[in-house]
Design a binder for this molecule. Structure first.
Ligand SMILES: *[C@@H]1O[C@H](CO)[C@@H](O)[C@H](O)[C@H]1NC(C)=O
Ligand SMILES: *[C@@H]1O[C@H](CO)[C@@H](O)[C@H](O)[C@H]1NC(C)=O
Length: 506
């Protein structure tokens, strides 16, 4: 009898911990981002947690414990042209700001979302994408939920302040810009300016606007800047083996790699094309957000000319039915199972825009990359690929047939490929799989909801954090000290001169 009670008590205790009621909020409509989160959300449901997921991407086939709330609106893919300039950076940053504001409105005006707070549905934890807006932090506050933040990329510029991480342009890349961890002086100035621009654009427009939108629905929502600092755990979609060692506090965890699923059987035509290649295959894709048909004509010609000269076959994600010149060794399709292609041992290299998904799959399977970054975190990823040894990079403005051929020869070299396989082993060498790591810290955040692990660095005012006040005081003391000494010396000198003068006049 007593023993039974203990078991009941234990199972009650454990079921509380083991099966969480989780609310997932994904207010951004970018398809490539949700590609990352999907497998993790499904795995949480498979492990017995009850998920309610607000997003633009409802499941195609229902699974147990997974309940969708669909947001209405157009999904984003194939939208950005393959082109780079300061102007496209400004445009993209304004797009981020506008979509961040609209995403908040769409989220809160959804009736099924409103039902959550009107019926006071009980949850243990909120998962939310932290990308272009912080709106859902207000909702988490209203529902009294601890928050686990998710990204499908590196930190956003304002995250540094939110999590008390120092943004240092001398070795930390900023979104949209090149330079990696060894920037030139010009690049350091460039990234310092853009960092401040992006942070203040977010804080003064998007965050303020989100706050106003929230105020239409709830009274007493604390400033989003404060709520952002209270995020329990941020699961960052990077890993230091490729992205380089960052300085993160314990509530920021690197979980890069969890979206890579076991490869499936390739479609017949593709499988035949790969397996009948005598010298292997090079895979080309510029992702789901970029339109490869908008590649400038001279660049496109350069790519086609270069790949027609190598003995390898080419698989290219291309939205049109044909390529100019209809090259024979190229397989084109507007949809390709990237994960399964990269998993094939005959796929020798990957020519990519360096999105975090493709980069992660490439390191997972040990496929060398040629990175041609366009926007967002891609320039930083491309630099990381080169610095880690996963591949080489090409800047689109420099792209010519000769340069691409040279880069292809580098990554197709057997010695280069052997080193990438070695790097891939290091990537896989972890105490837990990335999926287990992500789920561990998610459950941990719920178990430790009453504690905070944020670093005090996140609440220290900037002038103290940068030691400006101490420097000012010490400088002031030094100046006073030097000035006093000078005064004393000149006084002594004056007295001497006076005496000399007295002596002479006597
Ligand atoms: C699981 O979530 C659904 C949808 O939000 C909810 O209706 C249901 O009551 C939850 N189940 C449990 C056991 O809490
Ligand atoms: C947090 O503290 C409250 C109040 O003491 C308690 O009811 C709750 O169970 C605690 N939460 C967790 C996850 O331990």
């Amino acid at each position: 009898m007593k023993f039974n009670n203990i078991i009941i008590l234990f199972s009650a205790l454990f079921s509380q911990v083991l099966s969480l009621n989780i609310l997932g909020v994904f207010p951004y409509q970018g398809k490539s981002h949700f590609f990352v989160f999907g497998p993790y959300l499904k795995e949480l449901a498979r492990r017995g947690h009850n998920l309610t997921v607000i997003s633009y991407f409802p499941l195609k086939e229902p699974i147990d414990n997974y309940h969708d709330i669909k947001l209405s609106g157009k999904v984003l893919e194939d939208v950005f042209p393959i082109y780079r300039s300061y102007w496209t950076i400004i445009e993209t940053s304004l797009f981020l700001k506008n979509s961040g504001q609209e995403n908040c409105i769409t989220l809160l005006e959804n009736e099924n979302v409103q039902r959550l707070w009107k019926t006071e549905q009980k949850f243990d934890l909120m998962l939310m994408e932290l990308f272009n807006n912080d709106c859902a932090l207000g909702l988490a506050h209203k529902l009294g939920l601890p928050v686990v933040g998710l990204t499908s990329h590196v930190l956003m510029p304002w995250h540094y302040e939110d999590y008390g991480i120092q943004y240092n342009p001398s070795y930390v890349p900023v979104l949209f810009l090149e330079g990696g961890t060894k920037p030139t002086l010009y690049q350091r100035i460039e990234r310092s300016i853009f960092h401040v621009y992006l942070v203040y654009l977010h804080k003064l427009t998007c965050r303020r606007n989100n706050q106003k939108t929230l105020a239409q629905y709830f009274d007493d929502v604390p400033p989003l800047a404060d709520l952002a600092k209270n995020v329990k755990m941020l699961l960052l979609y990077t890993n230091y083996v490729v992205s380089g060692s960052g300085l993160y506090p314990p509530n920021v965890r690197e979980v890069g790699g969890y979206h890579v699923t076991k490869p499936k059987e390739l479609p017949q035509d593709l499988k035949k094309f790969i397996e009948e290649s005598e010298h292997g295959v090079v895979y080309i894709s510029f992702g789901s957000m970029l339109r490869s048909t908008s590649t400038p004509k001279d660049k496109l010609d350069a790519i086609i000319a270069a790949v027609s000269e190598i003995p390898q076959r080419i698989i290219w994600k291309w939205e049109e039915k044909t390529l100019p010149g209809n090259p024979k060794n190229i397989f084109i399709s507007n949809w390709l199972p990237q994960n399964d292609i990269l998993a094939h041992p005959k796929v020798l290299a990957f020519y990519s825009h360096c999105g975090m998904l493709g980069t992660t799959e490439a390191i997972h399977y040990g496929v060398p990359m040629i990175g041609m970054p366009i926007f967002g975190d891609q320039p930083g990823n491309a630099a990381a690929i080169e610095e880690s040894g996963l591949g080489v990079q090409i800047h689109i403005k420099d792209l010519t047939k000769e340069l691409l051929l040279e880069k292809l020869r580098i990554v197709l070299n057997p010695e280069f490929r052997r080193k990438v396989k070695e790097l891939s082993k290091v990537w896989h060498d972890r105490p837990q799989s990335p999926m287990d790591t992500a789920i561990y810290w998610t459950e941990y955040a719920a178990r430790t909801a009453n504690y905070t692990f944020r670093t005090p660095a996140s609440s220290v005012p900037l002038y103290q954090y940068r030691i400006w006040d101490v420097t000012a005081v010490i400088l002031a003391i030094l100046i006073i000290f030097i000035y006093s000494i000078k005064t004393v010396i000149s006084l002594v000198q004056k007295r001497r001169e006076d005496r000399y003068y007295e002596f002479k006049t006597k």
